[in-house]
Design a protein around this ligand. Structure first.
Ligand SMILES: Nc1ncnc2c1ncn2[C@@H]1O[C@H](COP(=O)(O)OP(=O)(O)OP(=O)(O)O)[C@@H](O)[C@H]1O
Ligand SMILES: [Mg+2]
Length: 138
């Protein structure tokens, strides 16, 4: 599926509707440059999952946990050098907890993933336009 977003709120809205379509336990592997809108998309996911807290970037903590009607674990792998560090922070425990895992900077932990993720790509078309592509990994 492909969506064109014209501002941050539209990206959040796509994330909200998307989150309502995926089951608990889904890993969402996100790709997109700095400032593409990955965190905005996850903020919308949280809203769509009945979570009231405002989602911000977890850059300094690697993972933020949000519990509402559903559970959302928001990972930012920007600072991770390898997937070994991901296992150190308990990646497998998170997978087993049955929440949705949303992953920014998937590139840095590619070899830790199992290949059954849903891939969300966000590309900058202009200052304010984004192309959001959502697909299952083959
Ligand atoms: N259509 C749009 N969708 C999302 N964000 C947009 C859009 N247009 C402009 N922006 C701006 O782009 C920025 C997106 O920031 P955001 O933190 O979500 O990006 P990110 O992909 O998570 O970046 P990072 O890799 O640094 O974590 C915000 O400043 C937002 O206002
Ligand atoms: Mg971000």
């Amino acid at each position: 599926m492909e969506f064109i977003s014209r501002n941050e709120i539209e990206t959040e809205n796509v994330g909200a509707v998307f989150a309502q379509s995926i089951p608990n336990g889904t890993v969402v592997a996100m790709y997109g440059d700095l400032g593409a809108g990955k965190t905005a998309f996850v903020r919308g996911m949280a809203r769509g999952m009945g979570i009231e807290a405002r989602v911000n970037s977890p850059t300094f903590t690697i993972v933020n946990e949000y519990i509402g009607q559903r559970q959302l674990f928001h990972f930012d792998m920007y600072r991770l050098g390898s997937s070994d560090e991901l296992f150190d922070i308990g990646w497998e425990d998170y997978l087993s907890r049955g929440g949705v895992c949303a992953v920014e900077w998937t590139e840095n932990v590619e070899d830790a993933l199992e290949g059954d993720e849903i891939v969300v790509k966000i590309e900058k078309i202009s200052d304010t336009e984004r192309r959001i592509t959502i697909e299952e990994r083959e």
